[in-house]
Design a protein around this ligand. Structure first.
Ligand SMILES: [Mg+2]
Length: 476
């Protein structure tokens, strides 16, 4: 399947959207309920976790993602064995916490002989016969929506089989099929359709799920506060997305995540589930770049790595998709001038990344994609580097939420400045992206009229084009 630029943006948003929800929900897992708007990435929780650290939900999703990105075909038995092997490695080397049912199944599988996926599924079926139907498979299923973006049946089949590795109850499997298909549709078509997967599960369960979805849409999110069960976790996540549908554009992401976390109980899991679908719908460009910057977790990954992993699955390519290889262009003029409205913000190009020390820069906001060598050369801590998905193009179809993304980039600069950082803002050549975001920053800081001329003078050339015009019209 060939992807448009915006479909890639949305595919890249799935894992990172899940991780943001997870890390925002972690501090409140099984704790005292909080109000909408109070959730913050402060760490703590059951782990205890560092600020921005994701938990077992995203760790297990990464096991699935890595197997797929490494070339395993999850539609085959051999591919499922790879996922199962990944779960076992994770349990001993990385699991910061682990659900009761998952732990039990993995322990049985570890002592059994035979193909791993088979022995794991057999152990999971035994647990299912006791009526166990926890949310531990649903919490990691969003990424399955990327495995075969052109094929609903294949998506449903993989979702069912990956669920059954640890959670073989039919309700667990159905919830995973429905959620994975909703993610697939969101990536391909850019819309929410939680009912899209109904045709992929047999009657009479289809009727039952139709009623459960209706319930999630007619009752308030707070009704789904016992959400350790796969069905109520599904309802909690969807109810929060549905309840915030009046919020247009990417602002829905934070509204829905705050709403779902305020439900309480298994907060990281229901936010991880919701976050995967929200990321699929709005893409990397629609996720707050300051939150993407801050998430981190096992196995030593950052937000940008999750974007790269998701893209590798979606495109089936094992080439570095976002990070990894050097992406420096051969010619990139050096700039490195102070922002006219804030001398602690440095406007630059890719060349300036290797001069961060000279410039006294302590944090970087990249408006173009950079590789690991350039990030290493910049020498700022990994949590001090933000990346914004912003395409330098005159084609309005390339950036899904251009005004929002420009504003979001400016907000991230503000957040870094509020922490006392001296910030390099750069793209490749500072022709369009850097001046447009610099202007959004002036607007956000209420720097007064004439910012356009001041920025053009600072960077030494006239600016035009779609990004600049959009920044000129920002009303923030
Ligand atoms: Mg968790």
């Amino acid at each position: 399947m060939r992807f448009t630029s915006i479909q890639k943006d949305r595919a890249g948003g799935v894992l990172i959207g899940q991780a943001i929800g997870d890390a925002l929900g972690v501090p409140y897992e099984f704790g005292a309920p909080i109000s909408v708007g109070e959730a913050a990435m402060i760490g703590g929780g059951l782990g205890p976790y560092a600020p921005g650290e994701w938990s077992d939900d995203t760790q297990m999703a990464i096991c699935i993602a890595q197997a797929s990105a490494d070339g395993a075909d999850l539609r085959t038995d051999a591919g499922l064995d790879e996922v199962a092997a990944g779960f076992l490695r994770w349990q001993t080397r990385g699991a910061s916490d682990i659900g009761i049912q998952t732990s039990r199944v993995l322990n049985v599988a570890r002592k059994s002989s035979g193909p791993l996926a088979d022995v794991m599924t057999t152990a999971a079926r035994a647990a299912a016969r006791e009526g166990r139907a926890g949310n531990g498979a649903l919490m990691r299923t969003s990424v399955v929506g990327l495995v075969d973006l052109g094929d609903p049946e294949a998506t449903a089949d993989v979702a069912a089989r990956v669920s059954a590795l640890t959670h073989a109850d039919q309700r667990c499997i159905d919830s995973c099929v429905l959620w994975s298909e909703a993610v697939r549709v969101a990536v391909v078509e850019g819309r929410f359709d939680i009912r899209a997967g109904l045709s992929l599960i047999p009657e009479p369960r289809r009727t039952q799920w139709r009623e459960l979805i209706d319930q999630a849409e007619t009752q308030p999110p707070s009704a789904f506060d016992r959400n350790g069960f796969t069905v109520t976790a599904f309802q909690a996540a969807w109810s929060a997305i549905h309840a915030t549908r009046h919020i247009e554009g990417p602002d829905q992401v934070e509204a829905a995540l705050q709403t779902v976390i305020a439900i309480g109980h298994d907060t990281d899991t229901i936010a991880a589930i919701a976050g995967g679908l929200l990321g699929a719908r709005y893409g990397v460009s629609g996720l707050p770049s300051d939150l993407v910057r801050r998430v981190n977790g096992w196995p030593g990954l950052r937000g940008r790595d999750l974007v790269g992993l998701a893209l590798a699955i979606a495109t089936g390519s094992q080439e570095p998709q976002y990070s990894g290889a050097s992406m420096l262009s051969n010619y990139s003029p050096s700039l490195g001038v102070p922002h006219p409205d804030d001398c602690e913000v440095i406007l630059g190009t890719e060349s300036n990344l290797s001069r961060c020390g000279d410039l006294g820069v302590t944090a970087v906001v990249s408006l173009s994609r950079i590789g690991e060598p350039e990030l290493a050369a910049a020498g700022v801590g990994s949590g001090k580097h933000a990346e914004v998905w912003l395409i330098d193009s005159e084609n309005p179809a390339k950036n899904a939420h251009l005004a929002w993304t420009l504003t979001d980039a400016a907000r991230t600069i503000v957040a870094l400045r509020d922490q006392g950082e001296r910030v390099l803002v750069h793209c490749v050549q500072a022709e369009h992206r850097t001046p447009a975001v610099a202007l959004a920053y002036s607007r956000l800081r209420k720097a007064g009229p004439g910012a356009e001329a001041r920025i053009e003078e600072a960077i030494g050339h006239r600016v035009d084009g779609l990004l600049w015009r959009t920044a000129c019209q920002l009303n923030i």
